[in-house]
Design a protein. Structure first.
Length: 369
């Protein structure tokens, strides 16, 4: 059963409304064709932290630049984390988000790994609720549009020294976004990088921090140079097992209907979309196995037809069908190169739940407005 937001956590946030909001006509024009991460709402939610005061000064304030001292710790030591989730407007006008408790829990785990203070779940949820209520007019209503929410936390103390920051800022910004695939869901081509790794055992692979994404940018450039749109990384220990794409988890579908995905063993991000998809696949009768996926086995399965679909999943695109896998010594088409039935059906089922078109039998939705 879906959950309804409590009024208490959001009410702790003081709202300091902007004196210069985007005019209604301009906002309507921006919402008519929203692009991911390029336009932002009028406000942002914010909480400050210090070792002496703990979490304090909860507020919603005008969106604007941050003032940073040149010695601000995050600029030198990369001590920061972030999350990503969406707010969806349903047909009745209500606004919901999807599994925010899971995002709050992952945010806390990321904070622990980066030696940052853990934000209480109530503050995580309250900040999202307060911002969405303030900027509800920014939530688009078109097909597969939503308001993308980006909570993040960074070390704000001004000092040079390798130790955890004693001061931290937490913020949430929001961006209206359109369909990830503007021309419909299309398969992507993947470059399997065998030279670089996203993360290793004991590293920060399971944390959602900027360093992991920075490490993926050079291999991503290599993917473009090889005619591919995304990069897939292998494990750092043996260089033989699939891990994940630069920002998405990977799922493999076999001809017998069974599904396999690499386990989140510490070097792979525990995707909220990933866990939701695995639950839906299990509900649909698929045998779901979380185990290492050897590149050699994937290549063999694609060659003999025992593997019929491969897809990636994440918050932004939900599910991305993979139509081609390419490496230094192989170039393989996944089945007929098109989105397969399991991929298509599962994506439709998940988005129907998110937008309120299907029953939320797992209680994943959380009402914001």
């Amino acid at each position: 059963m879906s959950t309804v937001a409590s009024s208490t956590s959001a009410d702790l946030f003081e709202v300091h409304a902007t004196t210069n909001p985007v005019p209604d006509a301009e906002r309507a024009e921006l919402l008519a064709a929203p692009k991911f991460g390029t336009v932002f709402t009028d406000h942002m939610a914010r909480i400050s932290y210090s070792q002496l005061q703990g979490w304090h000064h909860r507020r919603v304030e005008p969106y604007g630049p941050l003032q940073l001292d040149p010695a601000t710790a995050v600029l030198h030591y990369g001590q920061e984390i972030f999350e990503g989730l969406k707010a969806y407007r349903h047909a009745d006008g209500s606004v919901w988000t999807f599994r925010p408790h899971a995002n709050a829990a992952r945010f806390a785990r990321s904070a622990e790994r980066l030696a940052l203070p853990q934000l209480p779940e109530a503050d995580f949820l309250g900040s999202i609720e307060a911002l969405v209520r303030t900027d509800a007019a920014w939530i688009p209503t078109g097909e597969e549009t939503s308001l993308y929410l980006r909570p993040f936390m960074y070390a704000s103390e001004s000092f040079l020294g390798v130790r955890p920051s004693l001061e931290v800022e937490y913020l949430v910004i929001a961006s209206p976004v359109g369909p990830y695939f503007s021309g419909g869901v299309k398969p992507v081509s993947i470059w399997v990088d065998q030279d670089y790794h996203r993360a290793g055992a004991g590293g920060t692979g399971a944390a959602k921090c900027g360093g992991n994404y920075a490490a993926s940018l050079l291999p991503q450039q290599s993917a473009y140079e090889h005619g591919c749109e995304q990069v897939c990384f292998l494990d750092a220990s043996t260089n033989t097992y699939l891990e994940e794409l630069g920002g998405m988890n990977v799922v493999v579908v076999h001809a017998d209907g069974s599904v396999v995905t690499p386990p989140t063993s510490g070097s792979i991000l525990q995707g909220v979309t990933r866990s939701s998809i695995l639950r839906l696949l299990s509900d649909a009768g698929h045998e779901v196995d979380e185990r290492p996926v050897a590149l050699a086995d994937l290549r063999a399965g694609l060659a003999d037809g025992s593997i019929t679909e491969v897809f990636a999943c994440g918050t932004a695109a939900v599910i991305t069908p993979i139509g081609r896998l390419k490496g230094t010594d192989f170039d393989l088409t996944v089945a007929d190169g098109e989105a397969g039935p399991v991929t298509t059906r599962t994506r439709a089922e998940l988005t129907d739940i998110q937008y309120g078109r299907a029953a939320d039998r797992h209680g994943w939705l959380h009402r914001l407005v």
